[in-house]
Design a protein around this ligand. Structure first.
Ligand SMILES: [Mg+2]
Length: 411
């Protein structure tokens, strides 16, 4: 059976959220930037601003020179993250297993559910309507037999559109597609490609993979595969009941290890929380890293009887990270715990029973008062306030960007 993948992508995400909370911004050229200075960068802009040639990644100075009446709003990351959580929950109401690709993009395999809605388009419409009704925001939905086709389709349907590419039309669709529609091809790469006569996806077949690899290195292989319509690798593979995983794509690539550690810890906490809900232990940890040049590594390591404890999973991830060399900025980080098995027993060791009670209490507080009401101190952005927030915390030292030195401090 042919797979049906949807890519759901929010339209002008940050800007739309700002316009929603401030109606004065509606129908105007608006951009969200990292800060008020003209040196900051545009993170998102309205479609009216796009008409002036403004794009994400452009400096605010350049954007203002293209459109002097552009209204620049400073970004509110917390607000965007909160809205994303709502959106992900809405999408999960259609199917539990979703792949969160970035703060405003989700892949969902709808192969086994779309027929309930009659046509694929009907399901796409239903998803769009539900997101609009609850959040007030529009999104675009692309569908195809793999992630790549779905992602291209959603970007072509923007804004507020639906575009489904049926499997039998993929080849002709890809052959006629301009190369710049391929995800990850920015202006610089596009210019280089067009200089060597590559304008359409079908051109990559003519020049061949070896030629592209010679010019672009690893990226050349990616351009070739994507140009041929070959799948985007999944961020992590999550099979229900077999593994539980979470991933996060940074708004921009980072080598800030404090941010990476916190993100990793947060992912481990989320995985552990879901394991606890399902009363599962695991037998291996899988760590996924995607780098700034789109290369990626997946490391899987076996550990016996992994308890549903974020701190322990985090330490195992650190063990894996210490075994690899990271010399590039990280774009996406994902972890999953696999080889799951059911266990109604609390931790075997006495000292850990206390932690089990602690974690159970945390889960119940968060369930009652909302996600992140209580969380480990390591996740605090600023200084750690040990007296009021922390249950435990660690000190980290970054040794030549390779090793994490973990010193546990108990309170
Ligand atoms: Mg988007």
């Amino acid at each position: 059976m042919e797979k049906v993948i949807f890519h759901i992508d929010m339209d002008a995400y940050f800007t739309s959220i700002e316009q929603l909370t401030n109606p004065f911004l509606k129908g105007k050229p608006v951009a969200v930037s990292g800060g008020p200075s003209t040196k900051s960068v545009i993170a998102s802009c309205s479609y009216i601003a796009k008409n002036y040639g403004i794009k994400s990644g452009m400096s605010t100075y350049q954007a203002l020179s293209l459109c002097p009446q552009l209204i620049i709003v400073s970004g509110n990351p917390e607000k965007y993250i909160e809205t994303s959580k709502k959106i992900f929950e809405i999408i999960r109401s259609f199917k539990e297993e979703i792949e969160i690709y970035s703060i405003d993009e989700v892949f969902i395999d709808v192969t086994d559910i779309y027929e309930i809605y009659g046509k694929k388009e009907n399901l796409a419409r239903e998803i769009k309507d539900r997101i609009k009704k609850i959040t007030g925001l529009t999104c675009s939905v692309g569908g195809g037999p793999n992630r790549l086709i779905a992602k291209i389709a959603s970007s072509l349907s923007k804004p507020d559109g639906i575009k489904i590419i049926e499997a039998e039309y993929v080849e002709s669709f890809m052959n006629n597609l301009p190369i710049e529609e391929i995800p990850g091809i920015g202006e610089r790469i596009y210019k280089k490609l067009s200089d060597i006569g590559i304008e359409k996806c079908s051109d990559v077949k003519k020049v061949g993979q070896d030629f592209l690899t010679k010019i672009f290195g690893k990226l050349g292989m990616k351009i070739y595969n994507y140009g041929c319509g070959i799948e985007i690798p999944p961020l992590y593979i999550e099979y229900p009941e077999i593994s539980i995983g979470h991933s996060y794509t940074f708004p921009s690539e980072t080598d800030n290890f404090e941010i990476i550690e916190k993100t990793l810890f947060n992912l481990c906490e989320k995985v552990a929380e879901r394991m606890r809900k399902k009363k599962k232990y695991g037998n291996f940890v899988l760590l996924f890293l995607r780098f700034e040049d789109f290369s990626s590594i997946v490391k899987r390591k076996k550990f016996n009887n992994i308890p549903p404890d974020g701190k322990i999973i985090f330490n195992l991830c650190i063990e894996i990270i210490n075994s690899i060399i990271i010399d590039k900025k990280i774009r996406t980080i994902g972890i999953s715990v696999g080889g799951l098995f059911y266990s109604s027993y609390p931790y075997i060791f006495n000292e850990l029973i206390k932690r089990e009670l602690l974690l159970d209490t945390m889960d119940r507080i968060n369930e009652k008062f909302g996600e992140n009401t209580i969380f480990p101190a390591i996740l605090l952005n600023k200084q750690i306030n040990r007296k009021t927030h922390s249950f435990y915390f660690w000190l980290f030292k970054n040794q030549k960007n390779k090793n994490f030195d973990i010193k546990k401090t108990s309170l």
